[in-house]
Structures are given as structure tokens and as C-alpha cells.
Design a protein around this ligand. Structure first.
Ligand code: F6R
Ligand code: MN
Length: 190
């Protein structure tokens, strides 16, 4: 059996910080070309480089049957009308699915078939579990006023393909409309 350090981890559901786990931090300048409103992005990026999200990652093993997981935290905020969000990715091993459990705060996930033909917005927050099937690009947004935290659990072999999203971005965006999140096709006015 694995050592207790690999079996038990302790995290703070309010901040997403986990004892002893490496923390990836993404700042606004890391998210260039993710947001649809380029002028709003440049204005915000000129004013500063705030922290947008963190992921505390745990990789207990790398075998065929192993799992990895990460506790994510996204700050509240928007660039123009678009909520603060993650870069988003496909898994390098396309068949790899993932389970997201919301811990605190309010948010949504944008799920898209790899060919971009089908987009879906699903809520993610305390009491919500989202199953992300294989071959599905996924991006997470904080639509609330406090940090959104969640845990994502995925096969150790999944890997992360960020380059496909960096090249094509998501077909849809999630924006604030009348105080609520709405999914619209990129490049259209809703
Ligand atoms: C892992 C996973 C999450 C994300 C996290 C940050 O497969 O989906 O742990 O890594 O939500 O998002 P990205 O990785 O898109 O920066
Ligand atoms: Mn993933």
C-alpha cells in the first residue's frame, strides 16, 4: 500500500490550497487571446496582472490504473462581459474522462465536443458533480462573487493538450447577461 502522504491530503475548500501539493498559478497575462473582448483584455492587462486561478495538483502514481487530481480555485471577476476562467484543454489521451465536484462558490463549465459542433454550459458549485466525457474540451468559469473552488479527478494517463485550444479557442463563450451567465456563439451578439 502507498505511503499515507499519497493516500490522504488536506485542503481548504474556501481557498483551494492543499498542504504539500504543488500550486500552479495563472495570472491575467497568461490568458492572452482567451477572452473574446480583446480591447477589454488589453485595458485590464495594462492596469495590472491579477491572479485569475490556481490548481493544487496531486499525482500519487503514474500507472495505468492510477488517478491524478487537482483542487482548483478561480477568482471572481470579468474581462468585459466574460467571466474569469481557466485556459481550458482537451486531454492528450482523448478517451480520458474527468469528474469535477464543486466545493464552494458559484460557477459553470463550458463543455465542447472536440470538433466544436456541440457546446454545453453546466453549473458547477457546492453540491454539483460534472462528468466530463472523453473527447470533450472543458473550461471553468467563476460566475459568482467569491472564489469558486472544485476538485477534478482524472486518469493519470490523461495528459493535457492546451495547444488545440490555444489555436482554435472554444466555439462558445460564457458572458454575463442581465446578471446571469449565458452561453453564446463566439463572434455573435446576444
Ligand atoms: C485536469 C483538469 C483541471 C484543470 C484546472 C485548470 O484535467 O481539468 O484540474 O487543470 O481546472 O484548468 P486548465 O488546466 O485548463 O488551466
Ligand atoms: Mn481536464
Amino acid at each position: 500500500m502507498k505511503d499515507i502522504e499519497k493516500i490522504l491530503a488536506t485542503f481548504d475548500p474556501a481557498t483551494g490550497r492543499m498542504d504539500g501539493a504543488p500550486l500552479t498559478q495563472r495570472f491575467l497575462h497568461d490568458l492572452r487571446r482567451c477572452f473574446h473582448d480583446a480591447a477589454a483584455f488589453e485595458q485590464a492587462a495594462a492596469a495590472g496582472n491579477p491572479l485569475i486561478y490556481t490548481v493544487a495538483g496531486v499525482e500519487p502514481g503514474a500507472g495505468d490504473g492510477d488517478l491524478h487530481y487537482g483542487v482548483g480555485m478561480i477568482m471572481p471577476g470579468r474581462i468585459g462581459d466574460e467571466y474569469y476562467m481557466t485556459k481550458g484543454h482537451l486531454h492528450s489521451w482523448r478517451e480520458a474522462a474527468e469528474v469535477y465536484c464543486g466545493l464552494a462558490g458559484e460557477g459553470v463549465m463550458l463543455l465542447e465536443d472536440e470538433d466544436g459542433g456541440n457546446s454545453r454550459m453546466v453549473p458547477l458549485g457546492a453540491g454539483k458533480v460534472v462528468y466530463v466525457p472523453g473527447r470533450t474540451a472543458h473550461r471553468t468559469m467563476n460566475t459568482g462573487t467569491v472564489p469558486l473552488t472544485y476538485i477534478g479527478i482524472y486518469p493519470a494517463k490523461a495528459g493535457h493538450d492546451y495547444s488545440t485550444i490555444a489555436r482554435k479557442n472554444f466555439t462558445s463563450i460564457v458572458v454575463e447577461r442581465n446578471g446571469a451567465p449565458a452561453m453564446v456563439r463566439r463572434g455573435t451578439k446576444a
